[in-house]
Write a protein that binds this ligand. Structure first.
Ligand code: NAD
Length: 458
């Protein structure tokens, strides 16, 4: 079956049309990956490191081209897309170095002469299933550590980001041995088929699919990790500068049309919400919405017509539930999948918009009386990816940070934004399995083998 991906700002622009990888193609790719992976695992760490450095160089040379393709295929505003391409280069360089890190630990043996070692070794073939929203950074923050530690990689990208995945693999492929990194274009069926052949699985996407993938992997005895949705809160404490907080939160909620797992969906305001609400509405209305190829654009289109409908329907449902539409709520005119950045207040924290991820440019303002209520509301959802706190009072920030059920906490910073050298992941329904990125990535992509060596005599 052929798969098409279309540009969200110009849906009649078919970016790529390719055959989906069916079960036979997946099985053949697994076999090639297994052979390439065995050779790669036998290469020296210095060789692997050099190849990843060469891959980073190749990406750096083609960064502008890849940026343009991201803009076209997923509608990412060009300034963010360029930053993502640069981040991809950084990720490859970082893991090129990690390939040279110690590959295990020694423990006290039975005698001073004896050796007791726990050495890391690759799993074999790593299967990656990725979403469309960070089509360069997410595949790379999975593939780079997998490769650094000696695995082969099969990447099943989102159908909506197929062209970027194929180009990325083409660029890296010039620096890597044949068949070591292969892309399997396709949807759910291709992803499921891949699970039958690989040795570990790393997934990023929605909660519903991530759960299914983790269950399927566990049934096959495969280690897996799943990074899933978020419904991230920014807490604005009394005394915080409302204008500054509003400026940061507007960007975190609406930038890239809110299509980040780390986007702010809930602004929780302690005390009088008036000044902050006014400032947030102004900041959101001031964001440049439009052609993602324009370097000033902050909010481009959403990925599909269905995604746009979801945002408009969520706004209408919120209004019907007693919410007040402060701005937005309408689909844009014209050909692309544009929707106006939307803010709602007057809702109960239990309302659907305050409980479920929409994955678009829509956020809710929730006033609370005090810090205790802020913590209750922030934690009162099934997600737990990231929270941010705005305050000039470090003690209060630390107190709150200790009570928030999220994997990432950011003070006076947007919920969005990821440092690839630190562990990344959430709590509750947002994540499953070991953390990604930084040094934490080693947990999924390696296993340990404990080796005991005693003296031959004596
Ligand atoms: P999605 O869950 O629809 O798809 C993710 C991937 O899973 C795609 O490659 C898809 O083809 C594949 N897939 C779908 N059904 C499958 C199945 N049954 N078996 C195997 N694979 C299957 O997500 P999406 O719409 O591409 O991305 C948006 C979601 O991703 C949002 O929920 C967002 O919060 C989340 N996300 C999370 C993070 C994070 O790190 N936590 C980062 C980015 C995006």
């Amino acid at each position: 079956m052929a798969l098409q991906s279309r540009s969200p700002q110009q849906p009649d622009d078919v970016v790529v049309e390719v055959e989906e990888a069916d079960a036979g193609a997946v099985a053949a790719a697994v076999e090639r990956a297994r052979a390439a992976g065995a050779r790669w695992a036998g290469a020296s760490a210095l060789e692997r490191s050099a190849a990843l450095t060469a891959a980073a160089d190749a990406l750096a040379v083609a960064a502008d081209e890849l940026t343009g393709l991201m803009v076209r295929e997923v509608g990412k505003p060009v300034t963010e897309a360029a930053a993502e391409a640069a981040r991809g280069v950084g990720i490859l360089r970082y893991y090129a170095q990690q390939a040279l890190d110690p590959d295990g630990e020694t423990y006290p043996g039975a005698s001073p002469e004896a050796l007791l070692l726990a050495r890391r070794r690759p799993r074999g073939v790593a299967g990656l299933i990725t979403p469309w929203n960070f089509p360069v950074a997410i595949p790379l923050w999975k593939a780079a550590p997998a490769l650094a530690f000696g695995n082969a990689v099969l990447l099943k990208p989102s159908p909506d980001a197929t062209a970027v995945a194929l180009r990325l693999a083409g660029l890296l492929g010039g620096a890597l041995p044949d068949d070591l990194l292969q892309v399997l274009p396709g949807g759910a069926g291709t992803g499921q088929a891949m699970l039958d052949g690989v040795d570990c699985v790393s997934f990023t996407g929605s909660v519903a699919v991530g759960r299914r993938v983790a269950v399927a992997a566990t049934e096959r005895g495969l280690p897996s990790q799943a990074e899933m949705g978020g419904l991230n809160a920014s807490i604005v404490l009394a005394g915080a500068d409302p204008e500054r907080a509003a400026g940061v939160i507007a960007g975190a909620a609406m930038g890239y049309a809110g299509q980040k797992c780390t986007a702010t969906s809930r602004a929780i305001v302690v005390g009088d919400p008036g000044p902050f609400t006014e400032a947030l509405v102004a900041a959101v209305q001031g964001l440049a919405v439009g052609d993602p190829a324009d370097k000033d654009t902050v909010v481009g289109p959403v990925i599909t017509e269905q995604a746009r409908r979801k945002v408009v329907e969520a706004a209408a449902e919120a209004a019907a539930a007693g919410g007040r539409l402060l701005t937005g709520g309408r689909a844009g005119n014209g050909a692309g999948w544009f929707v106006a950045p939307t803010l709602v207040d007057g809702l109960d924290p239990g309302a659907r918009l305050a409980q479920e991820e929409v994955f678009g440019p829509i956020a809710v303002i929730l006033p609370v009386a005090d810090e205790d209520e802020a913590v209750r509301v922030a934690n009162g959802v099934r997600y737990g990816l990231v929270a941010s706190v705005f305050t000039g009072d470090l003690d209060r920030a630390l107190r709150l940070a200790a009570r928030l059920d999220t994997g990432l906490i950011r003070v006076n910073a947007p919920t969005s934004g990821v440092d690839f050298l630190a562990p990344f992941g959430g709590e509750k329904d947002s994540s499953f399995g070991p953390r990604e990125q930084g040094k934490a990535a080693r947990e999924l992509y390696t296993s340990t083998r404990t080796v005991t060596v005693l003296p031959h005599q004596g």
